[in-house]
Design a protein around this ligand. Structure first.
Ligand code: PLA
Length: 474
């Protein structure tokens, strides 16, 4: 049995002993094995620190106890000890920065006073500190019950028949990412079709989340670079030829990165096609309230798929709409055909969650529950949300005006037409690199800019940069 204390790891019988402080570099392990504490102090390795004293006492004890150490026992360098010059991890190659979160890493390193970060959006609600929780106990595996109930109401609507009929199971998860991952793990284990179709393009983390959960990822056409709008026919064709039962990832609103959403009529056509083929919708709702400024309008797509009594999954994030980015608060809901199925599904979700992180954090969920529960706080929140959505729309107009004034070549009307936090500018990666190098403007290499990172003061700087990029870099 290994005995462990401080930086020492001592094992008995046929196992190695090692201690970084016992390491005269050139001494071989056999010699080290023979070292006695009294010898060690003479060789200068028996320091008088408390830890070393404890080690010496232990070694004395082991050497005087025949049953615990026989002639074959030894103290030797284990492959993970300080005796070796090479790390056991020396073969590990440096991984690349994340294409989205790495933008902020690069931005932070830039000393320029005019630098501008349009990579990841940032905009916070002033309600952030509401409902501070002083309770620090474990939550149940599925999270805060009140939070779950209120989250389901928020996305499916207060009058949702699925909620009334207890056909929805909701579990609190680690923001949007965690909700997607838990849903994906559940599907990989319990759903008969393991192929998921994701839009092309989509949020860069989607393929990784689903692949690592064990699903096979395929894509469906979504964005048309020529019109900078929806490739509706391509979408219908691709979903139409997907195998029956396949899972389809849909952005509930404010599609990331394109800012292009289907109209309600188009959603209805998508719903009909998916239901006729038995495709399973998995909604990613990371921006409810941000697309239109209305929480209800932004959940319309999801509610259409629940109103037909069919089944679906929905991952919710409170990172953006409540500004709770670092609190990691979100929810996964699975709408089922019956209450009995829903409760069995919940029992299996618990088995997925328990070995991953046991239970979710309490603080953020109690903030959300406090806001959703209280009529005044809820109203205040919706007013803030509307103001934030309006501010983004105003930034879109200011940027589009600034480009028109400069006579920047090209059609920039998509800046105004697109929805949500991001504008998919259409700038290519060379133009993006140019803007970063010459203008210290940071964005993802696909040309996506976060409108929330922009202000009236910085619009002219961005417009100058875009103008220079499109007129000088092809
Ligand atoms: N789904 C979509 C479509 C998203 O854009 C994001 C976040 C998430 C889920 C997950 O967010 P959460 O886990 O923080 O709740 N996308 C960001 C951040 C805002 C990121 O990449 O992590 C983005 O810049 O695209």
């Amino acid at each position: 049995m290994p005995l462990k204390f401080s930086r020492f790891s001592i094992k008995t019988k046929n196992q190695s002993y090692h201690s970084p402080t016992l390491s005269p570099n050139k001494t071989n392990s056999r010699q080290k094995a023979k070292m006695r504490p009294e010898l060690m102090s003479r060789t200068g390795h028996g320091s008088s620190s408390a830890t070393d004293r404890r080690l010496n006492a232990l070694l004395r004890h082991l050497s005087s106890s025949p049953s615990s150490m026989d002639a074959h026992d030894s103290i030797s360098a284990s492959p993970t000890s300080g005796f070796q010059n090479d790390s056991v991890f020396s073969h590990v190659v440096r991984g690349p920065e994340d294409p989205i979160l790495g933008v902020t890493v690069a931005y932070n390193k830039d000393p320029s006073p005019v630098k501008l970060n349009l990579g990841v959006e940032k905009q916070s609600s002033s309600l952030l500190m509401t409902g501070k929780s002083r309770i620090k106990e474990y939550l149940p595996i599925v999270g805060l019950a009140d939070f779950n109930k209120l989250s389901a109401k928020l996305i499916f609507g207060a009058d949702s028949p699925a909620i009334r009929e207890n056909r929805v199971t909701t579990v609190q998860c680690l923001s949007g990412t965690g909700s997607l991952r838990v849903g994906a793990e559940f599907l990989a284990k319990h759903y008969h079709q393991r192929t998921i179709y994701i839009p092309q393009p989509t949020w860069g983390n989607h393929p990784k989340i689903f692949t690592l959960a064990g699903l096979s990822v395929k894509s469906y056409r979504y964005y048309d670079p020529a019109t900078r709008g929806l490739n509706f026919l391509g979408l219908l064709e691709d979903l139409g030829s997907a195998p029956s039962g396949a899972i389809v990832l849909l952005h509930a609103c404010a599609h990331n990165p394109t800012g292009v959403d289907p109209t309600l009529d188009q959603w209805e056509r998508i719903r009909q096609l998916m239901r006729s083929k038995g495709l399973l919708p998995f909604f990613d709702s990371a921006y409810q309230g941000f697309a239109s400024g209305s929480l209800d309008a932004d959940a319309q797509s999801v509610r259409m798929f629940v109103a037909d009594s069919g089944e679906c999954l929905a991952a919710q994030s409170y990172a953006k709409n409540m500004g709770l980015y670092g609190e990691r608060v979100g929810a996964l809901s699975i709408v089922c055909k019956t209450a009995v199925v829903a409760s069995k599904v919940e029992s299996q979700l618990k088995l997925v969650i328990r070995p991953m992180y046991s239970n979710p954090p309490i603080h953020g969920a109690s903030i959300v529950a406090a806001i959703l529960r209280d009529r005044n706080l809820y109203n205040e929140w919706t007013i803030e949300l509307k103001a934030m959505a309006d501010r983004i729309i105003s930034m879109r107009h200011q940027l589009s005006d600034a480009l028109r004034v400069r006579g920047t070549p090209g059609d920039w009307s998509h800046i105004i037409k697109q929805i949500g936090m991001f504008t998919f500018t259409g700038l290519n990666s060379k133009q993006v690199a140019f803007m970063t190098k010459e203008y210290h403007i940071y964005m993802t290499s696909d040309g996506r800019i976060s409108m929330a990172g922009l202000s009236s003061k910085t619009v002219p700087h961005l417009a100058d940069a875009i103008h220079a990029a499109v007129t000088s870099v092809v």
